[in-house]
Ligand binder design. Structure first.
Ligand SMILES: NC(=O)c1ccc[n+]([C@@H]2O[C@H](COP(=O)([O-])OP(=O)(O)OC[C@H]3O[C@@H](n4cnc5c(N)ncnc54)[C@H](O)[C@@H]3O)[C@@H](O)[C@H]2O)c1
Length: 301
């Protein structure tokens, strides 16, 4: 598959996974518009990538701005091949401490932001009978972990949107992927703490994921899955997974996966995650007890 000459937009490209996606895209010959609500951060990402990258300030909660960004790219480049709806925020902590404003903020960025990207890009792709939408959800879109309840809510929505759209988009020549990583080494791990629940501790200790995934590796994995999709739209490499879920767990956490397996099967578990349940600050966290869709996750089978 030759990616040279293709055109992509990445949201949340000023940091972490979005910046890594931009690096992977440009190294594959894709022209990319690196967008972020933080214009300086988006520009830093683009500036490091040379002529095939440019930046734009884009707040994904602003539907008109997202539409304008897509229109501008289509007008200028004559195409939009890849739309990465990646921007996201997190709140971690006891849900009784979460204010309605915070609920609304996470819904606006994580759900409406993706909806805005789809609403703007999908019709363009349908008209051309070509294109791919890649949404960054999370492992939290596949499992229900307490104390990141608002995040889980939004990421389930992103997975649901992606699965449903995927099923209808394939007949229009458009692919949809949803990426569901566990902990990835980005600044978000240290953000959004409500009442002292810090994501870094929650994920890396609480869920037994000792080493966060490298964002560049995640970007390469995502791109590789996209490549597979090109040869076989609507199917993953395994042919059994209804959506091409990205890497869901860090490479160090085979034991964590085993615990998920056992717990999904109703068996008791022991280990860093379950041990952590007794620690202050991890009351009620239950990632391991609700893993609804392990059969959809290749690495959990
Ligand atoms: N890092 C992880 O452990 C992890 C795991 C699973 C999923 N994710 C998801 O990956 C995506 C990227 O997160 P990350 O880990 O790179 O975090 P990050 O904090 O490094 O990057 C997120 C970027 O989104 C931008 N952003 C925030 N609100 C925005 C808005 N309204 N409009 C446009 N941009 C906005 C931020 O400025 C930031 O540059 C998010 O959707 C996140 O939920 C992250």
């Amino acid at each position: 598959m030759n990616f040279a000459g293709k055109q992509a937009i990445v949201t949340g490209a000023g940091s972490g996974i979005g910046a890594a996606l931009c690096r992977a895209l440009v190294s594959a010959g894709v022209a990319v518009v690196c967008t972020d609500i933080d214009a300086d951060a988006a520009e830093r990402t683009a500036a490091a990538l040379g002529a095939n990258a440019r930046s734009a300030r884009l707040d994904v909660t602003d539907a008109a701005a997202v539409q304008a960004a897509v229109d501008e790219v289509v007008d200028r480049a004559g195409r939009l091949d890849l739309m990465f709806n990646n921007a996201g925020i997190v709140w971690g902590g006891d849900t009784e401490l979460l204010a309605l404003d915070q609920w609304n903020a996470i819904i606006d960025v994580n759900i409406r932001g993706v909806v805005h990207g789809v609403t703007a890009a999908y019709p363009v792709m349908v008209r051309r009978g070509h294109g791919h939408i890649i949404n960054t959800a999370s492992m939290a879109g596949l499992t229900a972990a307490g104390q990141i309840t608002s995040y889980v809510t939004t990421k389930h929505a992103v997975v649901g949107l992606s699965l449903a759209l995927r099923s209808e988009a394939v007949s229009r020549g458009v692919g949809v992927l949803v990426v569901c990583p566990s902990a990835v080494e980005t600044p978000i791990l240290d953000e959004g703490a409500i009442g002292g629940i810090v994501g870094r501790n929650y994920f890396l200790q609480g869920q037994g994921v000792r080493t966060a995934y490298d964002p560049d590796r995640l970007a390469r994995d995502t791109f590789a899955r996209h490549r597979e999709e090109q040869g076989n739209p609507g199917e993953t490499a395994t042919g059994t997974c209804p959506v091409a879920v990205g890497p869901v767990v860090a490479d160090s956490d085979a034991a964590h996966v085993n615990r998920l397996h056992r717990t999904a099967a109703g068996q008791p578990t022991r280990g860093p995650y379950t041990d952590s349940l007794s620690k202050p600050g991890f009351r009620g966290g239950n990632l391991a007890t609700v893993c609804q869709w392990p059969q959809w996750i290749p690495s959990l089978r």
